[in-house]
Ligand binder design. Structure first.
Ligand SMILES: Cc1cc2nc3c(=O)[nH]c(=O)nc-3n(C[C@H](O)[C@H](O)[C@H](O)COP(=O)(O)OP(=O)(O)OC[C@H]3O[C@@H](n4cnc5c(N)ncnc54)[C@H](O)[C@@H]3O)c2cc1C
Length: 322
């Protein structure tokens, strides 16, 4: 006997990906709920200048509030809480969230990533004030001509430093006390791009008003205007362990072009999927995922099980109309 309370979809995560999916699912008149623990990376954005449609920029918390209001306008149910576990059952999943047991036919993972942060005092405040930055693609334009420090090790740190050379000649890679861990070819790349390398521990960041003044390293003090943290991130995909959903070597969820995962009826969108970690990408993937979910539920797409990697599509989908 089917459970009459079974949801069409449970969306896990209320950042740009989860909220976009909620707008779409609500407008598809689906029975769904979004559960969000409230730690979207977007809430830390002091002002985004690269998100299309906002010529004067938009603060991350304002964007989240607008998207939430838009989803709720169409009746989306948004609950604060955390999904603790996910179990596959015939025709869907049983989800445990804060002691509640929820049955759902499909799940959208929009859980994002957590940045690995340097151990610096008052870090969250410094990020929200734009003193410590995380993404050259997002805000490199705002540091044109600055003296820039990049905290990071290995090729990840170096690649952020090299990217920032788009905007300034003065870039230093600071390894924060760990070995720089650069291969010979990385060292050559750094040298030819004029990226300076420093491996002493950063002990203090001195701030005056809304500007970084200097960074203390052991016994000396180096002047910088901007500091980037490029220490990597961890995908929030651990609740999928029991389902054995396919992850890549970074722990990011692997999806097909309709955002379907290797687990039947489980979809994923946003930073938790291996792609460019940007708001517009999270929104785009969520639009694709929620449309695929709706089409699966109305029987217009084959389930993942047994389908080839280039999945069978309804004619309307194949024509690009859906
Ligand atoms: C400082 C900073 C500046 C940035 N600036 C820009 C910018 O200018 N332009 C741009 O395009 N991008 C920017 N980004 C990147 C952007 O914030 C992310 O790409 C975007 O937030 C990803 O959206 P998402 O929905 O995938 O994940 P998130 O926004 O991280 O949301 C994931 C949500 O899922 C919730 N969650 C996780 N696990 C669970 C669970 N088990 N149960 C319930 N909820 C859960 C989390 O609490 C969180 O609320 C910036 C990021 C940072 C950190």
């Amino acid at each position: 006997m089917p459970n009459p309370d079974t949801l069409d979809c449970l969306v896990i995560g209320g950042g740009p990906a989860g909220l976009t999916a909620s707008i779409y699912l609500a407008r598809f008149r689906r029975r769904f709920e979004l559960i969000d623990a409230g730690y979207s990376r977007a809430r830390l954005i002091p002002m985004s200048h690269n998100h299309a449609g906002f010529p004067e920029g938009i603060r991350g918390p304002d964007l989240l509030a607008l998207m939430r209001a838009q989803a709720q306008k169409y009746g989306a149910q948004i609950t604060t809480g955390s999904v603790d576990s996910l179990e596959a059952i015939a025709g869907g999943f049983v989800v445990n969230a804060n002691g509640r047991c929820i049955e759902t036919k499909t799940v959208l993972m929009a859980t994002g990533v957590v940045d690995v942060e340097p151990d610096l005092p008052d870090l969250k405040n410094a990020i929200q004030r734009g003193l410590i930055r995380h993404c050259g693609i997002c805000d490199g334009y705002e540091i044109i001509g600055h003296r820039v420090g990049v905290l990071g090790v290995g090729s990840g740190g170096l690649h952020e430093a090299l990217f920032l050379r788009t905007y300034t000649d003065d870039v230093t890679l600071l390894s924060h006390g760990q070995p720089l861990d650069l291969s010979d070819s990385d060292l050559q790349l750094a040298k030819s791009a004029g990226v300076k390398l420093v491996s002493e521990v950063v002990t203090a960041v001195s701030v005056e008003g809304d500007k970084i003044q200097s960074i203390s390293l052991g016994g000396r003090c180096l002047p910088f205007d901007s500091l980037y943290s490029a220490m990597g991130s961890t995908a929030r995909s651990n609740i999928l362990v029991k389902l054995a959903t396919k992850l890549d070597h970074h722990g990011c969820i692997v999806t097909d072009k309709h955002q379907r995962t290797s687990t039947e009826n489980l979809f994923a969108a946003g930073d938790v999927v291996r792609s460019l970690d940007q708001i517009s990408v999270a929104m785009g993937e969520a639009a694709i995922a929620s449309t695929a979910i709706h089409n699966c539920l109305r029987g217009a797409m084959r389930s993942l099980e047994g389908a080839s990697s280039d999945l069978s599509l309804s004619p309307a989908y194949a024509n690009g109309r859906l």
